[in-house]
Design a protein around this ligand. Structure first.
Ligand code: GLY
Length: 570
């Protein structure tokens, strides 16, 4: 959670390792190097794992390995070795930026009809619960790749905090209990998963400690053998045996063939801010750039609040329509990224926005959309050299497929549900997909995960969030809030609203709109859907280059932890 901290003003003397839990640190400004490091993640033990690695001389990339692996242990409902993600990296010494794509891949035996019955109808639940829902994991390969190519410490060192957490166990919190309750029935279907994540087949009580010895052994195998410790040898065999025993279709070849891909991030501009975000197979960077390009056609600060909100909603609608039609795995379909993020394309879309009325989605040509999952996790890291990481990781639905192949401790993802099982048929979120995102062997499912950097002469922001198809609009609202001059504690706690083209409704948190705003949006023709629950779990950092202040904040909706650490110069 974001903690209230006094502003600290001090001249730094490096050599010490100090930790500040909270949101603001100020030192003498140096535009090239932040005075301190910062980590914001969705779990205090993961933030602590990253800080430990920084204290041991690791850089932001080593810390990212440690935080990812720790989250795999203590946030098993969100991400893990059985899942994947996107790690956006910025290397300070030469400004090199890359997205490490560790997204899951469809098994080689998968085809477009995988989830259809003999009549060609989608079988409910098949792409969500059980081993057939699982794509080939990418996280272990990504951690090995990041450590080898960007880290300063051996992979084995950066994995130590996670191995310790798995062996010694962690105490469940209220968030865990809520999500275990939500997925209890599916967890009960798999004896191994029930044994690890439930107690006597029921949701444990608060204070219960979860020990994951098999997961510790799997992490230790990766620490010792790198990629080969997971994708080949005894662990690979146990994974394949467990998957096939549960009706899945993985083979040893699927695992042996898995590779991460380094992709050039998508970039955009907005009011002097340079936005760097996720490339396809995420839809995040493209949709963000498109929305910001559309909004650049309006003097947002001159509009009254209701008109401004209406224009933002209309930009969301149009960007998500493009997402539904054009986006998929770029290794399989031609994604016209340059056109979609061009100011010309956005200008034409912006022209169709009427200030006094909503555009019904049905009048925009296109196909329905697909979406990402409902859980997932994000963390942001800045080290004292100015290296940064924004990473969004997932096993899709809470607790993924709710299957653990015996003897591995690896909870399988159900990321296959991010494909469109059949054009026009809704997935688990009531949403439907298009041709570009159809299942093919070895293809990566379309994602909404949007790890993002926002940079100007003034400062650098690192942000992202879980939240399925709403991820992109949450990041958009965060960027607009930054452009308005606000800081991470505001971005992470903003009330949120979202439009995704179809269904043609504005979803919003209870406190997002006041009565006047509601009246004004309805008068323009919007259908509002007030959500019963809050959504998102944003983790954000901002380094103000002019003042030397570093801010870190964790979304008050979650149980995360944002910390600032003062380390020996890296
Ligand atoms: N499964 C969440 C996403 O990739 O969008």
């Amino acid at each position: 959670m974001t903690a209230d901290q006094p502003r600290l003003r001090m001249r730094l003397r490096f050599g010490a390792f100090l930790l500040f839990v909270g949101c603001v640190f100020q030192a003498v400004a140096d535009a090239d190097r932040p005075p301190v490091a910062a980590i914001a993640s969705a779990h205090p033990l993961a933030t602590q794992a990253g800080m430990e690695i920084l204290a041991n001389g690791g850089n932001a990339f080593d810390a990212a390995v440690a935080v990812s692996a720790a989250l795999a242990v203590v946030e098993p409902y969100s991400s893990g070795l059985g899942g994947g993600g996107f790690w956006l990296l910025h290397r300070a010494r030469d400004g090199f930026e890359v997205m490490v794509d560790g997204r899951e891949k469809a098994p080689l035996a998968a085809g477009r009809d995988l989830y259809l019955d003999v009549d060609g109808e989608v079988v409910p639940g098949l792409s969500v619960d059980g081993a057939l829902a699982a794509g080939i994991p990418g996280e272990p390969a990504a951690l090995d790749h990041i450590a080898r190519h960007y880290g300063r410490l051996p992979l084995a060192h950066s994995l130590q905090p996670a191995i310790r957490l798995a062996r010694e166990g962690f105490v469940v919190d209220a968030h865990y209990l809520k999500l275990a309750q939500f997925r209890q029935a599916a967890l009960q279907n798999d004896p191994e998963a029930a044994d690890i994540f439930l107690k006597d087949d029921a949701v444990p009580n608060a204070g219960y400690r979860i020990v994951q010895s098999d997961l510790a052994d799997t992490l230790a195998a990766i620490a010792r053998f790198g990629n080969a410790g997971f994708y080949r040898g005894p662990i690979a065999r146990k994974l394949v045996d467990g998957v096939r025993a549960d009706g899945g279709i993985w083979t040893l070849e699927d695992l042996a063939q898995y590779r991460v891909v380094e992709r050039e991030p998508v970039q955009g501009e907005f009011q002097g801010l340079r936005i760097t975000s996720a490339a396809p197979p995420s839809s995040g960077g493209v949709a963000l750039a498109a929305m910001l390009n559309m909004l650049a056609n309006f003097e947002l600060h001159e509009l009254d609040a209701a008109t401004r909100t209406h224009v933002v909603i209309e930009s969301m609608r149009r960007a998500y329509r493009d997402r539904s039609v054009f986006l998929g795995d770029p290794d399989f379909v031609a994604v016209p990224v340059e056109r979609l993020i061009s100011p010309g394309h956005a200008g034409r879309l912006a022209q169709s926005i009427q200030l006094d009325r909503a555009t019904p989605s049905a009048t925009l040509s296109g196909r329905d959309i697909s979406t990402g999952g409902r859980d997932t996790t994000h963390f942001s890291i800045l080290d004292g050299a100015g290296n940064r990481v924004a990473a969004t990781l997932s096993i899709n639905y809470p607790f993924g497929a709710c299957v653990v192949p015996p003897g591995t401790g690896v909870l399988l993802n159900d990321e296959m549900d991010d494909f469109s099982a059949k054009p026009g048929v809704p997935n688990v979120y009531g949403l439907v997909g298009a041709e570009a995102n159809a299942i093919e062997p070895g293809k990566r499912p379309l994602s909404s995960m949007s790890p993002t950097f926002v940079e100007s002469e003034e400062g650098v922001a690192i942000l992202g969030t879980p939240g399925g198809s709403r991820i992109i609009t949450m990041v958009l609202l965060g960027i607009l809030d930054q452009a308005a001059g606000n800081k991470p504690d505001s971005w992470v706690s903003l009330p949120r609203f979202h439009h995704q083209y179809l269904p043609d409704v504005v979803q919003h948190e209870a406190d997002a709109f006041d009565a006047d705003m509601v009246k004004s949006l309805i008068a323009r023709g919007h259908t509002l859907k007030r959500l019963n629950a809050e959504y998102g779990n944003m983790q954000a950092i901002y380094w103000d280059r002019k003042t030397g202040q570093v801010y870190a904040a964790s979304d008050p909706r979650g149980v995360g932890d944002a910390r600032i650490g003062l380390f020996k110069r890296q």
